[in-house]
Design a protein around this ligand. Structure first.
Ligand code: PT1
Length: 388
């Protein structure tokens, strides 16, 4: 009897080990290992002539590239392509594209960078996915009472999260849940600054300020915050410049609409492509403003102007965002899409949240923004142990 199994999705190292076990010689391994890895890469904004050349080069290398009918007869201004091939074929095509017109030299470079980033996910500092513990300093039941009491409780909770294994504490003074009203600069400062001032000298992990306002970002960093988490993705007037001046890392999150009305009618052509296009625009603006490449983190913004199907598509294809070469942050903890899947209230969504955490780590997320630090720590440790 034969024994046949599908063996796929292996890294170059795993492929090479398999070939050694099989008894291939060194020369054979060099030739075959790059043929065992496959990629499908999407690119848009190509001149249709460039798209056609790309298709020819892939076909000649034994791969394939899908283009629209309108690309073939040049009746379209810009083309999208879906390139398909083995690593070996990509290497051949990249060499050929370098000598071609219509910006194909640039496409060659971008393909190379995407593959490289996708294969070697970016991790913060010493590797491993990091936990960002959520500290909401907004008036809800937990923080009822006076300002002093509120600060005390918030500090206590942050220190507890540190003990439980958080790597970062994310402090927010303006709720951005669906339907939330805006908060004035003064109100937001009044909520978060005392907490940061009290906490900074007493805690060993970095503090993040969840704000889209340049004024709040500045005061928070002065008070001891180490990074900025911007759910508006640097779109508030003056924010990109402010973050550049402060010289701290920033999370650029995607949101369609504003919290007040973002869930009214979310719509996308393709949710992954649309969010990717948004990231590339925002990253360009961030860099133009003077923000350093290694200070940028991207976040697809689960629940921010997204229907259930959009949130699920993002989670399923989260790995695609790693090809830009920036760490990916995900915030899905206890969110309402879990309520839609499970039919459970926010306080009953722990296991759903942990399932999302496991899946996100597996797909290359570098940071998880969560309420349940202790439980998420175990999930990350376990998934990373399996991945090796
Ligand atoms: C997030 C995030 C955030 N989420 C980042 N910052 C919130 N970087 C606040 C719901 O559908 O994902 N990434 N800051 C909280 N926002 C929401 C949104 C909370 C939607 C709940 C929902 O329930």
């Amino acid at each position: 009897m034969f024994e046949t199994r599908v063996v796929s999705e292996l890294s170059q190292k795993e492929i090479r080990d398999l070939l050694i076990d099989l008894g291939c010689d060194d020369e054979g391994i060099e030739i075959m290992a790059p043929k065992a890895e496959h990629f499908i890469i999407y690119a848009k904004n190509l001149d249709p002539r460039a798209a056609n050349i790309t298709k020819q080069e892939f076909l000649s290398a034994g791969g394939e590239t899908a283009v629209a009918w309108k690309t073939l007869d040049l009746s379209i201004e810009k083309s999208e392509v879906l390139m398909m091939g083995t690593l070996a074929q990509y290497e051949r095509v990249i060499k050929k594209l370098r000598a071609q017109p219509f910006d194909l030299e640039i496409l060659a470079e971008e393909i190379e960078r995407s593959v490289e980033s996708y294969k070697n996910r970016i991790y913060p500092s010493d590797g491993g996915c990091e936990i960002m513990g959520i500290l909401n300093v907004t008036p809800d039941s937990f923080f009822d009472g006076g300002r002093y009491e509120r600060t005390e409780k918030a500090v206590e909770r942050a220190l507890q999260m540190e003990k439980n294994g958080a790597d970062i504490i994310d402090i927010g003074g303006e709720s951005t849940r669906p339907g939330s009203e805006r908060v004035s600069i003064e109100k937001e400062l009044e909520r978060v600054i005392p907490v940061i001032e009290d906490l900074a000298p007493r805690i060993d992990i970095p503090l993040s300020i969840d704000t889209h306002k340049p004024e709040v970002a500045e005061e928070a960093v002065k008070a001891g915050a180490d990074m900025i988490n911007d759910v508006f993705g640097l779109r508030t007037e003056g924010m990109a410049k402010k973050v550049a001046d402060l010289g701290v890392p920033v999370v650029i999150m995607h949101m369609q609409g504003r919290p007040k009305n973002m869930q009214e009618n979310p719509s996308y052509r393709d949710v992954i492509t649309d969010i990717s296009t948004f990231f590339l625009q925002r990253i360009k603006e961030a860099k133009d403003a003077g923000i350093e490449d290694n200070n940028i983190i991207i976040d697809p913004g689960i629940g921010f102007g997204k229907r259930l199907e959009h949130n699920l598509e993002i989670l399923k294809r989260l790995n695609e965002f790693t090809s830009f070469g920036y760490p990916v942050l995900l915030g899905a903890s206890r969110k309402s899409f879990l309520g839609e899947i499970l039919g459970k209230r926010a306080d009953e969504r722990l296991f759903g949240s942990l399932a999302v955490a496991a899946s996100a780590v597996e797909k290359g997320a570098s940071y998880l923004r969560v309420h349940d630090v202790k439980e998420t720590r175990d999930v990350i440790k376990t998934v990373e142990a399996i991945r090796g």
